[in-house]
Design a binder for this molecule. Structure first.
Ligand SMILES: [Fe+2]
Length: 189
């Protein structure tokens, strides 16, 4: 992610403990990530600590469970991610303030070897995630997330496992999806 990365404020650090937390027995499932993002979205103090900018999205990185990558993200009215996927990472997100819209494709895209694809009919899925609502997703999930409100900031919590190796970004014109860019962690950290 390009701009507005802010250091983790002390309020977001895990509480001190006398000994390090034990390593997880196994990788977190999407259900466990969903539980984490819902609980974190309900943490008013943490959610309120996110700096909000009327001009663009803001975010802070969080410690997700089991080595997952987690973010608290602020969305001014009218902002969105554009279409993208998360490669081999599964994940979850939950709305903490406002309402987000998720448009998703019910299809697995080929991993490589294409520049444009024509989508078949009936693959579009859309859902609105109001405050306190979350959803989990599996590997290869393709979506865009938007704050369609004309006047209300939204805040959400996201978690991915494994930590995102890359994001593929797409543009879309009607049924035609075009691969525009592959971003890697060094591009957004
Ligand atoms: Fe995403």
């Amino acid at each position: 992610m390009p701009q507005h990365v802010t250091p983790l404020p002390p309020a977001l650090s895990p509480s001190p403990s006398p000994s390090p937390a034990p390593a997880p027995a196994s990788a977190p499932t999407s259900a466990e990530l969903l539980d984490f993002v819902r609980r974190t979205a309900a943490d008013q103090e943490l959610v309120d600590s996110l700096p909000l900018d009327p001009e663009g999205r803001t975010w802070v990185r969080l410690d997700g469970p089991g080595g997952s990558e987690a973010w608290l993200i602020g969305w001014p009215p009218g902002t969105g991610t554009g279409w993208h996927d998360h490669a081999e990472s599964l994940g979850a997100f939950a709305t903490a303030r406002g309402t987000l819209t998720e448009n998703a494709l019910a299809v697995r895209l080929p991993a490589s070897g294409w520049k444009t694809l024509e989508l078949a009919d009936g693959l579009d899925r859309s859902r609105r995630l109001s405050e306190g609502t979350g959803r989990a997703f599996n590997r290869h999930h393709v979506h865009e997330v938007l704050n369609e409100s004309p006047d209300t900031h939204a805040v959400s919590v996201h978690a991915y496992y494994p930590p995102l190796p890359l994001i593929r970004r797409f543009s879309r014109t009607g049924a035609v999806l075009r691969l525009e860019q592959v971003e890697r962690p060094e591009d957004w950290q």
